[in-house]
Design a protein around this ligand. Structure first.
Ligand SMILES: [Zn+2]
Length: 465
């Protein structure tokens, strides 16, 4: 009897940076690699509401590369809709998901309540995509596995290797043994060799097929220039007596920013000022980073293992309650407020931006990728006003972009990493990027490495043979 070839289907992050979901079918066995939310533009967010083009009951396992919501945030919906298999991830990803998923459910409930109160939903009543309870229920399905251990899942074997992007982040190497031996490598989000806390990504294991991210597939980060721009923006703002607002991704970016601030202060490049971390999620993530550092997790740089705690920083103030957060509104600069979300699409940073954007003494420093359709992108593109919390807010504050603090490898770093491959892959699928970025990386892979590379379309399926 002819055994059908394994099939890989792209159910997200094809032609966009969010919604990562890759379905691998081997005979009757189905495994979903990543289970992320679509984020950013409304037309993308609406895709979270479309039923998956696959029977959820027929998925045997979910493997997560890391905890960012664009890779993990759909898990609660999948479990609520009937998925009964295991969600396999590293322990770090599991710890971070325990923070991120319930918060995501809580935010969706809040948004639905807000829409109902304001009457602006097309649906009556507006419903959350999933609830905080759905998120806690889905966490019971998690089954953490250590880095480098081989996990048997029916006809496939999976292995999680260091990706160096955030704590717990992993490349997932999958081996299919039948009808023919095939190896597929999913990069998830690929970290940078210069990450100040995490070790560089593991070299790529031998693979016939590589599915690679391309968030910064058309750009090169300049670390020294980024740090200089960061320091200059802070110093100039302090001279004006202004406030620096840093919308920050709760996980990893906050740790990297605090690390750089401490270094700049130690070197006398910026003055000491009160620094507030105003995000319960960022503070929870900070504790998970501290734990990973304290227990000497294999993904942590050895030179950071004995560094002093983030919380020992005398300038750092944790802002836990909403009242404490609101109190910051009446304080004047110089000071730094680090608050989520990183693309200003929600969270406490909105009320800080609303308060501080109209004053030209202040500065907003954007320290990560700003997806199309987000307020962060509008600010980056020079919008004279941005709408938030129901009002149009004039933008007088200085807007500074520091993309070098990204925890995604840039084009050169991705190519250098691919060059470490000991086996030439049959094909590379370039995913998780906006179309120009994916296409630029595809062209470099084809011309510089001479490899077959393709940017797949959303919902496209390909045979692995
Ligand atoms: Zn990520």
């Amino acid at each position: 009897m002819n055994v059908p070839a394994p099939i890989l289907r792209f159910l997200g992050a094809a032609g966009t940076v969010t919604g990562s979901k890759f379905l691998l079918t081997v005979a009757a066995h189905r495994v979903l690699i990543d289970c992320g939310l679509f984020q950013g533009l409304k037309q993308l967010r609406l895709m979270n509401w479309q039923p998956l083009p696959v029977d959820v009951h027929g998925i045997d396992a979910v493997l997560l590369t890391h905890a960012h919501l664009d890779h993990s945030g759909y898990v609660p919906a999948l479990v609520r809709d009937g998925f009964r298999g295991k969600v396999i991830s590293t322990p770090g990803t599991h710890s971070l998901c325990r923070v991120l998923l319930p918060d995501s459910g809580h935010l969706q409930e809040e948004e639905a309540d807000y829409a109902n109160a304001k009457g602006y939903s097309k649906h009556s009543p507006a419903l959350p995509l999933y609830t905080e309870t759905d998120a806690w229920n889905s966490l019971e399905r998690f089954s953490p596995t250590q880095f480098d251990t081989r996990v048997e899942l029916g006809p496939i074997t999976a292995q999680f290797l260091r990706a160096g992007h955030i704590v717990g982040s992993s490349l997932i190497s999958i081996e299919i043994n039948s009808p023919r031996r095939k190896r597929i490598l999913f990069t998830g989000d690929l970290g940078r060799p210069t990450h100040p806390i995490l070790r560089p990504p593991a070299p790529p294991p031998a693979a016939d097929v590589i599915v690679i991210e391309s968030t910064y597939g058309d750009r090169i980060h300049d670390d020294a220039a980024s740090l200089q721009r960061f320091a200059d923006a802070i110093s100039k703002t302090f001279e004006r007596g202004g406030v620096v607002i840093i919308p920050s991704f709760a996980v990893d970016r906050t740790e990297v920013i605090l690390h750089h601030l401490a270094r700049l202060r130690d070197a006398g490049r910026i003055q000491r000022t009160p620094t507030f971390v105003d995000s319960p999620m960022a503070l929870a993530a900070l504790r998970i980073y501290e734990e990973s550092i304290a227990r000497g997790s294999p993904e942590i740089r050895t030179d950071i293992a004995h560094a002093k705690s983030f919380f020992d920083d005398q300038d750092l103030t944790e802002v836990k309650t909403v009242q404490e957060s609101i109190r910051l509104n009446s304080m004047s600069g110089p000071m730094i407020i680090i608050s989520a979300s990183g693309m200003a699409s929600g969270g406490r940073v909105l009320h800080h931006l609303k308060r501080r954007l109209p004053d030209r003494r202040n500065t907003v420093i954007l320290v990560g990728f700003q997806a199309a359709g987000t307020r962060g992108r509008s600010l980056l593109d020079g919008a004279p006003t941005v709408k938030m919390l129901g009002d149009y807010v004039p933008v007088a504050a200085e807007i500074v972009d520091v993309p070098g603090f990204s925890s995604h490898a840039d084009q050169r770093e991705i190519l250098n990493w691919l060059k470490l491959a000991t086996v030439r892959p049959q094909i590379v699928y370039v995913v998780h990027g906006e179309p120009p970025a994916s296409e630029a990386l595809r062209a470099r892979i084809t011309h510089e490495l001479g490899w077959n590379a393709v940017v797949p379309r959303n919902l496209e399926q390909v045979r692995i043979d």
